[in-house]
Write a protein that binds this ligand. Structure first.
Ligand SMILES: *[C@@H]1O[C@H](CO)[C@@H](O)[C@H](O)[C@H]1NC(C)=O
Ligand SMILES: *[C@@H]1O[C@H](CO)[C@@H](O)[C@H](O)[C@H]1NC(C)=O
Length: 273
């Protein structure tokens, strides 16, 4: 009896330790080719540079240019028929794919409330999160990332300081633990560590930024504090051939303006009756 149950449990644990952060129905059943296509042929993207470390050198190495976090979203990825829904992927990539075994990274993703980020389409979103996430919240996220830094990259409940700007009903309890053994699955130009299938249509999904907490530390237990960064991503860069919701004379925004004008006129007419 015991061994019969022990085996599936062990298999589940192994799977959990090497899985991307997944969110939304179907996110776990899409192939890695499908997730690559989200990055390669996205409709909307954002890329922000990160003060990364040289992971090819022994910890603590030195700061290294060329690291970035990207959020790509693509329409019509999951599901079938006419109801195909959009999907999004977050990637961390740097100049080299070497990963010295003295390093360990924890990656956490938090959904920022659209209203905190202005709630509208814009192309000057600030990757530092200033203006969209309260400074006290950013400080608390860093404190928690520090105290939870360990082999399994535990995540935590939000502090009160974060409730205004982070969606606690959408919190994903998973985080990714990146080591020399699994780094190719999670970081680099061709993969992603966060994968989401959206319930909303793509232009609604694009207005919901993500705050990514990246923790760059030592793999061995030590008293040294890891380097912690928080980067906000909002996919507001429009790929060519995709609808530009920011275009002032765009067909889509024109239609929307006409619709709300009609509603307003109807409301006024009703009042006059
Ligand atoms: C990832 O892509 C960037 C930009 O094209 C490039 O500079 C970098 O060398 C690539 N990294 C790897 C590990 O191939
Ligand atoms: C997304 O990109 C595809 C391929 O370029 C395009 O056919 C589709 O219309 C785009 N969707 C939006 C919302 O722009």
């Amino acid at each position: 009896m015991h061994s019969k149950f022990a085996l599936p449990a062990a298999a589940t644990l192994l799977q959990a330790a090497s899985a991307q952060i997944l969110y939304g129905a179907d996110a776990g059943s899409l192939s890695s080719d499908t997730w690559s296509s989200v990055i390669e042929s996205a409709n909307y993207t954002d890329s922000q540079s990160v003060a990364g470390r040289d992971l090819s050198a022994t910890y603590p190495g030195s700061e290294q240019d060329g690291w970035s976090l990207s959020f790509a979203i693509k329409d019509g990825v999951a599901g079938s028929g006419e109801t195909k829904t959009p999907a999004g992927a977050i990637s961390l990539s740097g100049p080299s794919s070497d990963f010295d075994d003295s390093w360990h990274l924890c990656l956490h993703v938090f959904p920022v409330r659209p209203a905190s980020a202005g709630g509208a389409w814009s192309t000057d979103f600030d990757g530092t999160c200033s203006g969209s996430v309260a400074t006290e919240c950013l400080d608390d996220l860093k404190k928690n990332a520090l105290s939870n830094f360990g082999k399994d990259c535990k995540t935590w409940s939000l502090t009160a300081s974060c409730l205004r700007d982070i969606q606690d009903n959408r919190l994903n309890t998973a985080a990714v633990s990146v080591t020399a053994d699994n780094h190719q699955d999670f970081i680099g130009n061709e993969t992603s560590f966060y994968r989401e299938v959206f319930a909303d249509e793509i232009l609604t999904a694009a207005l919901e930024p993500r705050a990514v907490v990246s923790v760059w530390g030592r793999s061995a237990d030590s008293g040294e504090d890891p380097t912690i960064q928080i980067t906000c991503l909002k996919p507001d860069t429009v790929a060519s051939g995709s609808t530009d919701p920011g275009a002032p004379e765009g067909a889509a925004s024109g239609l929307k303006a006409l619709a709300s004008w009609a509603v307003l006129t109807a409301a006024v007419a009703f009042q006059l009756l």
